[in-house]
Structures are given as C-alpha cells and as structure tokens.
Design a protein around this ligand. Structure first.
Ligand code: GMT
Length: 375
C-alpha cells in the first residue's frame, strides 16, 4: 500500500480526467489517495474511504498585488506530505505543479518522491512565453521520475528544452466501466437524427489549436455524398466562429452544437465516426474515448495522434488542414458498412489492448515503486 498525493487542474480537460481516474483506480488497488487541488476534481464522483481531498485555499491579503496561489499550493503540499506521510506526490504539468512540489519537498520533513506527468501544456506555455524555460527545465530535472503521454511529447520536450533526461512514456487510458458502447438508439431520434443518417462527432474545448473550421469543412464535403449529421460537443473561444462558419455554409440543420456535456459515452454510442483535426495534440484522449465506444477516428498527423489512431486499421491519419483527404476517407468508411464494422471492432480492440486502464495504472505503480527503491 502506498500513500499517494495527486495534483492536477481539477476542471474539465484530459489531464484532469486522467489524474482523477488514476487516483480512483489506485485506491481500488488498496492505495491511499490524497488529491491536493484548488477545487474538487470534476470526475471525483465516488464516496471512498481511501480517497481524501485537500483544498488549496487562497486568502486575499490587501498587501499583495497578486494572490500567491503557487506558494499556497506548495504550502498545502508540504502540510499534506508531513501530516499524511506521503510516499509519492504525482503532479500533472511541470508548470507550475512540479515547481510547487519541489518547493514542498524542500519544506517538508517527511521524505517524498515526486513524479511529474507531462501532458503537452508545458510546451504550449513555452511556445507563448520563453521566459518560463528555466523554470520548466528545473521542474523536470528535479522530479524523481517524469512521464509523458506520448513518444511525440518526449521528443518535443527534449528538443524544445534542450535536455536529455529519461522520460517514461505512459499513454492515457479511459475508465472502461464508463466508456463502452451502449444501446441508445432512442437518443438519435430525440436529437431528430434519422435512423439511416450517419453521425460524425467532434469533442473539444474549442481552442484554436483544435481547428474546428476543418472539422466543419470536412463535414460539408462528406455531406455531399452521405446523409449525415455532425455533433459538436464542448465550448470555448472558437465557439462563435464555428457558429458563423456553419451558418455561412448553410449547414445549420445538419450541425448540432451541444455545448459541454457530461455523458460523452452516450453521445459516442450513437456516433459512427470521430473527427479530430488539431494542429497540436500530445495524445488526444477524446480519440481513445471514441475507440473504447467502438467509434473509428480520423485525425491529423500532429503530435501523438498517430500513436493513438492506427492508419487504415482503426481510422485514418491526414495532414493538418487536409479536409479533402479527410472527407474522402470519411466517405469511403461511411459508405461501406462492412469496412465501418471492421474499423469499429479494430478501434475497440486497440483501446482494450494497448491502452487498457489496468495496464496503464500498473505502469504508473511500477514507476512509483522504482523511485521509492532509489535512495
Ligand atoms: O487539449 C487541451 O486543450 C487540454 C489539455 C489538458 O490539459 O487536459 O490536453 C492535453 O492533455 C491531454 C491528456 O493527456 C491530451 O490528451 C491532449 O492531447 C493534450 N492537449 C494538447 O496537447 C493540445
């Protein structure tokens, strides 16, 4: 049994989902889990006597121009390390969580090992603000182990930071109890989608990197050959641009903006194809969620996406921006029931085989044991 602290961004997002699901699965294995976050992680939905939640509180002192959130986080971590005698503190993102963890380790009396998981956002931060480079390098170098969610992210991290350190690749996973195909044909009718119509789906936080316009343009081309509807799930900065594009292409009746949704697996269960046309994506957890629900995917050759989609087996890979090719592949698949069935089966098997939660959680526990064995 290990005592494990976990810090992540608790709001909606792949890294928060992974961190929370990991904590819940680790607790099922008999470990004691301590979430140290600014608010209750949104997926933490079970009552469990071996899961604890420590909220980082921030007082607003009139003397400070900016509230010192990262210091409050480090202080809370140090408190929890000492009080709960944590063996491991597993933080998601070097910036700022690994930095907070290192400071907490310096402050705490109890010996703790720090494991940092990179999700790609540190590299995004660096792309915007190079002044954080030394800080991110420090966070990565001082961690006892570092993991990344794809080989692509390892290479990108080493290239951009100019460091060579061992980074373990631990892929993302999904909770199979939640992500599986359900018999929900009635939902299709409730959304006004005819039984014969194919359903394409895109799920994201509508940031610019997700290139929603390419998803819509691909759909427009598919629509010329196949009766279909597009579900756009999520919300974010590009929402109104996407709305305008749909209107200007006269696709208003065929594109359904569903906003943020909780039961993604229900929507995936009525979907035939997932589109992820991002220009940056360290993994693409939404692809794995789709595959687990037997939905093949078309994605770009950006970042870790080709490590998730097996081209011509579980879906197709296209160049960033190549909506013609994406539409060709989509039509090929959607017009051939036999091929579509085969791809769905392949997608499910790949999700179960290469990214099974048990496999991935064991990879993390092996890393915890390895760092605990080091002096
Ligand atoms: O994609 C986002 O904007 C959210 C971000 C996050 O922090 O959750 O996603 C990153 O981490 C996910 C979990 O590992 C990955 O599946 C996403 O690919 C990655 N996003 C990017 O690299 C843009």
């Amino acid at each position: 049994m290990m005592k494990i602290g976990i810090t992540c961004y608790p709001t909606v997002g792949g890294s928060g989902v992974i961190a929370t699901e990991l904590g819940m699965l680790l607790s099922e294995q008999g470990n004691e889990i301590h979430f140290i976050t600014s608010s209750l992680p949104f997926r933490l939905n079970q009552v469990n006597p071996s899961i604890f939640y420590h909220e980082v509180e921030l007082n607003h002192y009139p003397v400070f121009q900016y509230p010192p959130f990262d210091l409050a986080m480090a202080n809370k971590m140090a408190d929890v390390i000492d009080r709960e005698k944590l063996d491991i503190l597993h933080v998601h993102y070097a910036m700022p969580h690994a930095i907070c963890a290192i400071l907490a380790r310096d402050i705490a009396k109890h010996d703790v090992k720090i494991v940092t998981t990179l999700h790609g956002t540190d590299i995004t931060v660096l792309g915007i603000d190079q002044s954080f480079k030394k800080m991110i390098i420090h966070g990565i170098k001082q961690s006892d182990a570092v993991t990344a969610v794809s080989h692509s992210l390892v290479n990108q991290t080493n290239d951009m930071l100019g460091i060579e350190r061992d980074i373990d690749v631990v892929y993302n996973f999904v909770n199979e109890k939640e992500y599986h195909k359900k018999d929900l044909i009635s939902i299709k009718m409730e959304y006004g989608i005819a039984e014969h119509e194919k359903v394409l789906i895109h799920v994201s936080n509508f940031r610019k990197v997700k290139r929603i316009e390419d998803v819509i343009q691909t759909f427009q081309k598919v629509k010329e050959k196949v009766d279909a509807k597009l579900l756009l799930v999520g919300d974010g900065p590009e929402y109104s641009n996407a709305n305008q594009l749909v209107d200007s292409l006269d696709l208003g009746d065929d594109v359904l903006f569903l906003g943020k949704q909780k039961n993604i697996s229900d929507l995936l269960s009525i979907s035939d194809l997932k589109l992820l046309m991002s220009e940056k994506e360290s993994f693409g957890l939404v692809l794995l969620e789709a595959m687990a629900c037997e939905v093949p995917c078309i994605g770009t050759n950006a970042g870790g996406i080709p490590e998730v989609i097996e081209h011509n087996e579980t879906g197709y890979i296209v160049d960033v921006g190549d909506t013609n090719r994406a539409a060709e592949y989509a039509v090929k698949l959607l017009q051939n029931e036999k091929l579509l069935k085969q791809f769905s089966k392949n997608a499910y098997q790949r999700a179960r085989g290469c990214f099974h939660s048990e496999l991935i959680v064991n990879q993390y526990t092996d890393i915890y044991r390895r760092v605990l064995a080091e002096k």
